[in-house]
Design a protein around this ligand. Structure first.
Ligand SMILES: O=C(O)C(=O)C[C@H](O)[C@H](O)COP(=O)(O)O
Length: 338
């Protein structure tokens, strides 16, 4: 069992300070293409699925390069349109010892944010799709982004295409947008069949009702989400415990509308190379499980292993195959494979 997955969101360029340097400590940046939903599209394509990206980039060498990078990884890029505006950027400074990593967005006025809902012919784009994937990043770009995300999710529901929504709460973007996230995210969650959200995302949407849910009480937050959102069938999240900047424990939970709850054992991640994109790798891993007809337990285990492997790969994309993930699950060890 497989199916086409349509991912909708902004393509970004990441400009990362090399190694563990501070931003602009030296005159170089390492450039990677990213963006939450594009990261999911690349993972799914690498896992063997038909993944299409729907977006708008500027008609410029930067937009062309970003589109080309997705195509190189097997994503269907025919619905990456061009429009007026700039390329969205983010700057990354990777932390070390007691200095945390920092992301600085520079994406106001991007072609994607300016485009709003207008350019997309959703019935055509969704034809033959089994899922639409989108995230809380798009509505955080401002009123036009919020409208675009809601129109896309409604079109998917109207077309009988399941909606996968990743909360991806970005406080700095919401602040800049001057919009109130709660009602917009509430609408999007109400359209989703599958959501990636933890107790903090749920508290943003449901306010005081869920804010009592501590990190030990994601179960209660999930219950509130199922009450509030009748279309929601499954809710998944990761939990990260940081031992130090390069040593984390990553585990995952899955909640099902029928009351089923699954928690994985933590995976221990030492010597982290790059954690950005691990949440997107998790979402793609879980979707892969569902598309391949795996049980919820196996899908969750695959998703966690995929997210864990992302920590070993520089850049936003999780450049691993389903075989790499299955090898990790099988406990293949760390000998050089020859
Ligand atoms: O698209 C955006 O606005 C982004 O922030 C791009 C980020 O590279 C990914 O979304 C990473 O997110 P995680 O998987 O949670 O680490």
């Amino acid at each position: 069992m497989s199916g086409r997955v349509v991912c909708f969101g902004e393509l970004l360029l990441r400009l990362g300070a090399p190694g563990r340097q501070r931003l602009l400590q030296s005159p170089q940046f390492e450039v990677h293409v990213g963006g939450a939903e594009a990261n999911v599209a690349v993972s799914l394509a690498r896992f063997g699925h038909e993944a299409a990206m729907v977006s708008v980039v500027p008609d410029s060498p930067l937009g062309d390069a970003a589109r080309g990078e997705l195509r190189r990884h097997g994503v269907d890029t025919r619905a990456i349109l061009t429009g007026a505006g700039r390329m969205g950027l983010y700057f990354l400074e990777t932390g070390a010892i007691q200095r945390p990593s920092r992301v600085l967005y520079d994406r106001a006025g991007s072609a994607f944010a300016l485009a709003g809902a207008a350019p997309y012919d959703w019935p055509a784009l969704l034809a033959g799709a089994s899922w639409l994937h989108l995230s809380g990043v798009t509505p955080a770009l401002g009123e036009r982004g919020a409208e675009a995300a809601i129109v896309a999710a409604r079109a998917a529901r109207d077309a009988g295409v399941r909606v996968c929504f990743d909360g991806n709460f970005r406080a700095s973007l919401w602040q800049e947008s001057k919009c109130n996230p709660a009602p917009i995210l509430h609408t999007l969650m109400s359209l989703a069949d599958l959501a990636f959200a933890d107790h903090r995302d749920i508290a943003v949407v449901l306010g005081a009702k869920a804010s009592g849910a501590s990190s030990d009480d994601t179960v209660a937050a999930a219950r509130l989400a199922f009450e509030a959102f009748p279309n929601l069938q499954r809710l998944a999240c990761t939990r990260r415990e940081q031992r130090d900047v390069d040593h984390h424990l990553l585990s995952a939970s899955l909640f099902h509308r029928d009351g089923g709850v699954l928690h994985t054992a933590p995976r221990e991640l030492h010597g982290i190379v790059d954690r950005i994109g691990a949440g997107d790798a998790f979402a793609a891993g879980f979707l892969h499980g569902l598309l391949d007809g795996m049980s919820d337990e196996d899908s969750l285990s695959f998703a966690l292993a995929a997210a864990s492997l992302k920590h070993s790969v520089p850049g936003d994309f999780n450049l691993v195959s389903a075989q790499d993930v299955n090898d990790l699950i099988a406990g293949g060890g760390f000998h050089v494979r020859r």
